[in-house]
Design a protein around this ligand. Structure first.
Ligand SMILES: Cc1cc2nc3c(=O)[nH]c(=O)nc-3n(C[C@H](O)[C@H](O)[C@H](O)COP(=O)(O)O)c2cc1C
Length: 183
C-alpha cells in the first residue's frame, strides 16, 4: 500500500449518485450540481447535504428552506458538470441548459423533467450550517419517471471523472436482518 493525502478521503468515499439541486428564490429558479450528500435516517427520510456559501443556491436554500434533489442519468453528464461550473447569479441555467421545469407539490423549487427522479425536500435542521455548510433535509415527496429507458446514474470520483452504473449484484435475499425496512 502507498500513502495518499488524507485530504483525498472524499475521492474514495464520496457518495453517489451525483445530483442536481433546484431552488427558487423570489420566484427565480436555479440549479446546482452536488456530490456531497448522504442518507442519515430511513424514516422520516433525512438527507445530509453540504452546500457552500460560494453557491448562489446556498442563499436560496437558507432563505426559502426548501429545494428539490433531482437525479440525472448518464445522458445528462456534460450538462451536470457545466451546471456545476457556472452560477445562477449570472445565468438562467434552466434556459441555458434547456431543462424543463415541472411544478413540485409541496415546495416552491421546480422538478427537472429530464431527470430520473426528483425529491422534494425541506430543511429540518440547520444547526451545522455555520460550522460545516451541512443542511439536514427531510424528503417530503418523491417523483420518479418509470417509463425512462436510460436509468444509469453517475458517481463522482471527486476530480471531474465519473463512474457510470454497471452490473447489478442482487444480494437482497441475504438481507435477513433488515427485512423490516420501510417499504
Ligand atoms: C461534480 C460536481 C460536484 C459538486 N458538488 C458540490 C457539493 O457537493 N456542494 C457544493 O456546495 N458545491 C458543489 N459543486 C459546485 C457547485 O455546483 C457550483 O459551485 C455551482 O456553480 C453553484 O451554482 P449556483 O451558484 O448557481 O448555486 C459541485 C460541482 C461539480 C461540477
Amino acid at each position: 500500500m502507498k500513502e495518499m493525502p488524507a485530504s483525498h478521503a472524499y475521492r474514495l468515499l464520496e457518495p453517489g449518485p451525483i445530483v442536481l439541486v433546484t431552488t427558487a428564490l423570489n420566484g427565480k429558479p436555479n440549479v446546482m450540481t452536488m456530490g456531497f450528500h448522504m442518507m442519515v435516517q430511513h424514516a422520516p427520510p433525512l438527507i445530509g447535504c453540504v452546500i457552500g456559501p460560494w453557491d448562489h443556491s446556498y442563499r436560496a436554500l437558507r432563505e426559502t428552506r426548501e429545494c428539490v434533489i433531482a437525479i440525472p442519468t448518464v445522458d445528462l453528464a456534460r450538462t451536470v458538470v457545466d451546471i456545476g461550473n457556472c452560477s445562477g447569479k449570472e445565468v438562467d441555467k434552466f434556459e441555458k441548459f434547456r431543462l424543463s421545469r415541472l411544478p413540485a407539490r409541496d415546495v416552491g423549487a421546480p422538478l427537472i423533467g429530464e431527470c430520473l427522479a426528483n425529491i422534494e425536500c425541506r430543511i429540518v435542521d440547520d444547526s451545522m450550517v455555520e460550522s460545516y455548510n451541512l443542511f439536514l433535509l427531510e424528503a417530503v415527496r418523491i417523483w420518479i419517471d418509470r417509463e425512462r429507458e436510460e436509468r444509469r446514474t453517475l458517481h463522482h470520483r471527486g476530480d471531474g471523472s465519473f463512474t457510470v452504473d454497471g452490473e447489478v449484484v442482487d444480494l437482497s435475499e441475504r438481507m435477513v436482518k433488515w427485512r423490516d425496512l420501510p417499504a
